[in-house]
Design a protein around this ligand. Structure first.
Ligand code: SAM
Ligand code: SF4
Length: 325
């Protein structure tokens, strides 16, 4: 269905957990993270009930995310069920990759339509610095194995000034060697990401063009959302940019989000008071649930309003892991 600004909303990001086996500096503190109680996490059955209704109002694509989705027990079986909901055309996954190798066969069997792996560096020492985990080897192995399957693989990298800026060319070159789409995602001023100096799309594009030659914008549909994709001669994969700050894309935003504890969010950057879990556990009927969903979609904010001081009270205060990235 369309919202009040005539945007077609057909994409739902589902966070299945706020827990994670990493502690990326821009996402979570090292210690003392307070996680949602297990009893407050949406059950798979609750999510699927909501999804059937969402598919009925036009949701076609689903991203399973977190926290780290692969740490939640039974997630591959859940993905298979999501895939079989009438109307759902594709289910993709965003992961930190540490458990990818183990779960790849199950993900293939579940007919996952794409896997996005977050990887901000190719240097194991820096990887440890950023994620506070020593898992570079396992993540890399997972990526290499995934590339050998038919599942489309994307690598998502957040460029950070004074952190991985020297490596961006090397990371982009993964798309030269492998059929991988490498996407540079601008750090958003949300949660712990607020304190980071982001590097903007135009600077990275210039850097890559200096090294690899002209980048040509392509109009292939390579993802669910608002990334811009480029091809470079002789590259096997594409380069993408998701630039929520420097190239605001809210005009074409097509997504809503469901957090692990059941909050339905029409926009990443706005707090929401729509607690689906509470409604469902209080016995809301399917038709009232549909009505509520339609209202949330219809009233989706026009734009994310990052940095807009006048909207500060309404803006999201949660960590990214709690929202679903
Ligand atoms: N754990 C999984 C992972 O890391 O891919 C999925 C959840 S994670 C929150 C999803 C994505 O959000 C990751 O690619 C991460 O780099 C990104 N992310 C976290 N904080 C961010 C921020 N402030 N701005 C932009 N992206 C952010
Ligand atoms: Fe975990 Fe992903 Fe957040 Fe890193 S970005 S701490 S992997 S949820």
């Amino acid at each position: 269905m369309r919202d009040q600004y005539q945007r077609e909303i057909d994409y739902l990001r589902i966070s299945v957990t706020d827990r994670c086996n990493f502690r990326c500096r821009y996402c979570m503190p090292a210690k003392g993270v307070e996680f949602v109680e297990h009893s407050e996490i949406m059950t798979y059955e609750e999510i699927l009930r909501f999804l059937r209704i969402a598919a009925g109002v036009g949701i076609r694509k689903v991203k399973v995310t977190g926290g780290e989705p692969l740490v939640r027990k039974g997630v591959c079986g859940f993905i298979r069920k999501v895939r079989s909901v009438p109307g759902i055309e594709s289910v993709t996954l965003t992961t930190n990759g540490a458990l990818l190798k183990e779960y790849l066969p199950q993900l293939e069997a579940a007919k996952i339509a794409g896997i996005n792996v977050s990887l901000d560096t190719l240097n194991p020492v820096k990887f440890h610095e950023i994620t506070r985990c020593n898992e570079f080897g396992r993540v890399w192995e997972g990526i290499c194995m995934a590339v050998k399957t038919k599942i489309p693989v994307k690598v998502n990298c957040i460029p950070m000034r004074g952190c991985n800026e020297e490596e961006l060319v090397e990371i982009a070159a993964l798309a030269e060697e492998y059929p991988i789409t490498v996407r540079f995602i601008e750090m958003m001023p949300i949660g712990m990401g607020t304190g980071y100096a982001r590097i903007l799309q135009d600077e990275i594009k210039e850097l890559l063009e200096d090294r690899f030659g002209t980048m040509e914008l392509v109009d292939e549909i390579l993802g669910n959302g608002p990334a811009g994709y480029y091809k470079i001669e002789d590259f096997k994969g594409r380069i993408g940019f998701i630039s929520a700050v420097s190239h605001e894309f809210c005009e074409s935003c097509n997504r809503i989000r469901l957090t692990a504890d059941g909050i339905l969010k029409p926009c990443l950057n706005f707090e929401s008071r729509i607690n689906l879990k509470q409604e469902m556990r209080s016995g809301i009927s399917d038709s009232d649930l549909e009505h509520l969903l339609k209202e949330v979609i219809y009233t989706k904010p026009r734009c994310h309003a990052f940095g807009d001081e006048t909207k500060k009270d309404l803006q999201e205060k949660r960590r990214m892991a709690g929202i679903g990235g």
